[in-house]
Design a binder for this molecule. Structure first.
Ligand SMILES: Cc1ncc(COP(=O)(O)O)c(C=O)c1O
Length: 392
């Protein structure tokens, strides 16, 4: 393996191949430099629920300031279990199947670390959330990307089958999907189950956007699939539910033996997760007083799609889930998407993410990703600027 730059005579080993600065940092810096409206990074620009802020204050004031138990604050784990029973009708054991983590990214890394050995392979579907490949490589394993095809970004199951080898130990899937807004249906899970049936392949189901599904559609969780559930780590993020991405609280739901393996690492990685935030989240779930995020984002998606129709951007598929919308600039330019996104930020003051950034080989379908988890005034101001983009 290549090694890193020398510092104080130490050669720092490179643990993964993604050595550049992430596109999110690049685009946000460019947005600041040009005073652009930032629809690039995936986070809300509006406040969290007042009740949630109050619970956080209460936690700190009332002495919930020391280490929580390693698997997570018990009332939060119980609240999660009750919530899954209510929303999905699935029974999850709060003691043996739920582990609260410092964010979903951490949970994804830990699940990979629990499963992968050097020389193993892990399959992912691209475009993909950018931590997957580095996380696989940090565990000495090889990332095997399988492409999803625009504009639907459905899975080509033959390609997945072909990618499986005797060294394949894990497949990570993400629904609702960042960056494309595609979602899986029951049939997708059934096909995956068929493909892995006679193998020891473990599934990592990244379901961080499970509550962001639009137009009356349903999110199918891996936990609702009894056969797959037995071999899966399901990963979640409160940041996407309570609009508090900066709190970095997530959780992993997995069968007891998987949870034992997960916690074996977790106890020596972070050991535990922020106590006041866990207290606040337990309370907001139990009391059910937050405005459901799915309703909030549905309105924002509709508002954004309605506005963007008037611009030269083309929406081939409306987002079905997540808080992202992919758009084509085929009527505007034939620049590569990386160049186009930078040009749009510089010349028109709107920052987005080029979709090629979500591919290891930088595959380019000339698409950019907008994040619509923003105040209406932010979306309106951004689209006003996009109106000024000329067609070619
Ligand atoms: C697909 C996907 N997985 C995981 C995460 C990370 O969640 P967290 O902020 O809880 O680490 C994100 C955040 O953008 C995401 O888009």
């Amino acid at each position: 393996m290549e090694t890193g730059k020398k510092g104080f005579g130490i050669e720092f080993p490179l643990k993964h191949s993604a050595t550049g600065t992430t596109i999110f940092t690049v685009m946000s810096a460019l947005a600041t430099q040009h005073g652009a409206i930032n629809l690039s990074q995936g986070f809300p620009d509006f406040p969290i629920d007042d009740a949630l802020a109050q619970f956080l204050f209460d936690a700190a004031k009332n002495g919930f300031n020391q280490y929580a138990p390693m698997p997570g604050f018990p009332p939060l784990r119980q609240a999660i279990a009750a919530d899954f029973l209510k929303r999905y009708g699935v029974k999850v054991d709060a003691d043996t199947e739920i582990t609260v983590t410092p964010g979903a990214t951490y949970a994804i890394y830990t699940a990979f670390a629990a499963v992968l050995q050097p020389g193993d392979e892990a399959i992912l579907l691209e475009p993909a959330y950018d931590s997957y490949i580095p996380n696989i490589e940090m565990n000495g394993a090889k990332a095997v990307p399988v492409g999803l095809t625009a504009p639907d970004f459905q899975v080509d199951w033959n390609k997945v089958k072909e990618a499986i080898t005797p060294r394949t130990k894990a497949i990570i899937i993400n629904t609702p999907h960042n960056p494309t807004g595609a979602i899986w249906d029951q049939q997708d899970w059934d096909t995956l189950a068929e493909i892995v049936r006679d193998t020891n392949i473990v599934i990592l189901a990244d379901e961080v956007y499970e509550q962001l599904v639009f137009d009356g559609q349903k999110h199918y969780s891996v936990l609702e699939h009894p056969e797959l559930r037995e071999r899966s780590f399901a990963l979640y993020s409160f940041g996407k539910v309570y609009n508090n991405t900066g709190w970095k609280i997530g959780y992993c739901i997995a069968p007891p033996a998987f949870t034992v393996a997960f916690r074996r690492l977790h106890q020596f990685l972070s050991f535990t997760t922020n106590t006041p935030a866990q207290y606040a989240l337990a309370n907001i779930i139990e009391k059910g007083v937050a405005q459901p995020v799915g309703e909030v984002m549905q309105k924002k998606k509709d508002y954004f799609l309605d506005l963007i129709k008037e611009t030269p951007f083309t929406i081939h598929k409306a987002s079905k889930g997540s808080y992202f919308q992919v758009a084509s600039y085929e009527r505007i330019s034939d620049m590569p998407d990386m160049e186009f996104a930078q040009w749009l930020t510089r010349e028109h003051g709107v920052a987005t993410i080029p979709v090629s950034a979500f591919y290891q080989n930088k595959h380019d379908d000339h698409l950019i990703r907008f994040c619509f988890a923003k105040k209406e005034e932010t979306l309106k101001a951004a689209v006003d600027r996009l109106m000024g983009v000329g067609v070619r």
